[in-house]
Design a protein around this ligand. Structure first.
Ligand SMILES: [Zn+2]
Length: 108
């Protein structure tokens, strides 16, 4: 877990590149010598379907359910919780891996 990096909700600047070698996040190839590589930015956001409560549900066990959820969140890392609802993927791919990535994504 040494290389794990948490992604922030808002990157402070898009212009500042990280120091150090740029590696393909898929095959690990060093991309710095290449003419061309790709950057993938993907946002994964949580889209809860729980917003459409029926009147019965609202009158019924809803309060208890909310209490249960609140209790579940207790003692947990708030950052961890945030990552559960919002994940920003930001990685680099070499040309080969980009082709594979697009193919895989489209075929699903
Ligand atoms: Zn690659």
């Amino acid at each position: 877990m040494s290389g794990h990096r948490r992604h922030r909700r808002r990157p402070s600047s898009s212009g500042g590149e990280k120091a150090g070698p740029v590696l393909c996040n898929s095959c690990g190839k060093n991309l710095q010598g290449l003419k061309l590589y790709y950057r993938v930015k993907t946002q994964i956001t949580c889209e809860p379907n729980e917003l459409s409560f029926t009147a019965e549900e609202l009158e019924g066990d809803h309060a208890a359910e909310m209490e249960r959820l609140a209790r579940e969140c207790e003692g947990r890392d708030p950052k961890e919780l945030e990552e559960e609802v919002f994940v920003l993927l930001d990685y680099h791919l070499c040309e080969d891996c980009k082709v594979k990535f697009v193919k895989d994504t489209r075929s699903r």
